[in-house]
Design a protein around this ligand. Structure first.
Ligand SMILES: Cc1cc2nc3c(=O)[nH]c(=O)nc-3n(C[C@H](O)[C@H](O)[C@H](O)COP(=O)(O)OP(=O)(O)OC[C@H]3O[C@@H](n4cnc5c(N)ncnc54)[C@H](O)[C@@H]3O)c2cc1C
Length: 410
């Protein structure tokens, strides 16, 4: 049975993450929101400190900033061998605190990144040694393939003479694409064979065939770089293909997709962190304006602002509990695909909703740049989009509840 209390052993991790969020992230929040595409140098020193803390075990395994860390235990899920000592829960709790500080800065922390989750899920021992611990971005999305990742058009042709794969195509919206050391690129070995032929390839960022096309200007998370690339005869050694090169119906694609089931509770945690920041600041501002919130009175017996605030808190709590459940299941090796999507769908929607309602409740103060509320409302929306949009999560949930395949319900 799941316990709804956060175990005491995670308290030091939560406190440390909260301290980082307060002292490093919050103090740089506005600066890097305004200076889009400027690298937040403060994070280099912080990353070194956090690496040291993770090595010493002070961060409880996966590390407070692990958005899919180098360790196979870090971003793994119900099917993995890892997840000892509650590493998914540790990641979730750390991320909630750090994103209470700033989600854009969290997303651009060195050596984090979704690419490492894929590497950890399917790499062999030799690849883990070569790529583990490096900053790795993930490039799936293309101009013609977003939600439907099986529709990607980037190709990988094997060159027998050189023992290399030659990649050609276009990748867009790659988080940390410019700053990462490695990019995990999804490409098809044979487009006529559908999703089974889709493999992931590790491409060094300085590979001359990987050409940066542009950096996106975005609504939110402006501290995080989002890169678009063209791959032009981009050659990678055959040893950089992750998993098996065989095209088998139940091959690597399913394995990599499973990675997402297990990173979705973490994205939910990010939304939960941002939403908590909104709620806390709104409560302070309402208090300064003389609005009292009384939990002993029913909503109709309080001011409209107070009753709206209480309703937002209960939505937040539901999202929080769903994310804790999904992470707890992953740590206890229980299939959590359904719960991971439920957590992401709920937290993505509630996070966006709470942030906007907090802006509204605080009126002109909430909308102005004197407060971070307007920034959080812009930042949080991405958490309802990437790693599967709101609509795609609902589709996954419906398929699971109705026992339908992706071909039957699309
Ligand atoms: C800031 C940012 C960072 C990103 N980072 C990365 C990254 O690091 N790596 C990466 O590979 N990608 C990344 N992405 C891409 C992101 O994952 C995609 O934007 C997302 O998957 C949606 O794809 P799309 O934008 O092509 O929208 P589409 O798939 O075209 O969808 C458009 C709309 O239609 C809806 N829709 C689509 N299909 C269905 C359906 N079957 N039923 C109901 N509704 C549907 C969607 O929910 C959405 O609302 C990033 C995007 C952004 C904005």
């Amino acid at each position: 049975m799941i316990s709804l209390e956060v175990p005491k052993k995670f308290q030091p991790l939560i406190s440390q993450a909260h301290q980082v969020a307060t002292e490093v992230f919050r103090s740089s929040s506005r600066k890097y929101d305004q200076a889009e595409h400027t690298y937040p140098k403060e994070l280099d020193m912080l990353a070194a400190v956090m690496d040291g803390m993770a090595d010493s075990g002070a961060l409880g395994g996966a590390g407070a900033g692990a958005v899919g860390s180098g360790s196979p235990n870090g971003g793994g899920g119900a099917s993995g061998d890892g997840n000892r000592n509650g590493s998914n829960m540790a990641s979730l709790l750390g991320l909630i605190e750090l994103c209470w500080g700033d989600v854009g800065l969290l997303l651009t922390m060195p050596r984090q990144g979704l690419g490492q989750a894929a590497i950890a899920a399917v790499a062999n021992e030799e690849q883990l040694k070569r790529f583990g611990g490096k900053w790795a971005a993930m490039a799936i999305t293309e101009p013609e393939a977003g939600s439907d990742s099986a529709a990607i058009r980037t190709t990988a042709r094997y060159d027998e003479d050189t023992g290399e794969y030659v990649l050609n195509g276009e990748k867009i919206f790659v988080t940390s694409g410019d700053r990462a050391e490695l990019i995990v690129v999804w490409a098809s070995l044979d487009r006529s064979q559908g999703r089974a032929a889709i493999k992931s390839f590790v491409v060094e960022r300085d590979n001359p065939g990987l050409k940066l096309d542009r950096l996106e200007h975005k609504l939110g998370i402006r501290a995080s770089d989002t890169a678009n690339f063209v791959l032009e005869d981009c050659r990678v050694p055959k040893e950089n293909l992750l998993g098996s090169p065989e095209i088998a119906p139940k091959g690597g694609f399913a394995g990599v997709m499973q990675t997402f089931d297990n990173t979705r509770p973490l994205v939910a945690g990010m939304a939960i962190g941002v939403a908590r920041a909104c709620l806390e600041r709104t409560r302070e501002l309402l208090g300064e304006a003389g609005v009292e919130i009384d939990y002993h009175k029913p909503p109709h017996a309080q001011s409209a602002a107070a009753s709206e605030y209480i309703a937002m808190e209960s939505d937040w709590e539901a999202a929080h509990l769903l994310a804790l459940q999904a992470a707890w299941m992953a740590d206890n090796r229980k299939p959590n695909s359904l719960q991971a999507s439920m957590a992401k769908a709920k937290a993505g929607r509630v996070g966006t909703d709470i942030a906007l309602r907090c802006v509204a409740l605080c009126g002109s103060v909430g909308y102005g740049e004197g407060e971070l509320l307007e920034k959080w409302a812009r930042d949080v929306k991405i958490l309802d989009i990437f790693e599967g949009t709101q609509q795609i999560q609902l589709l996954i949930i419906a398929r699971q509840l109705l026992g339908k395949t992706s071909a039957e319900l699309r």
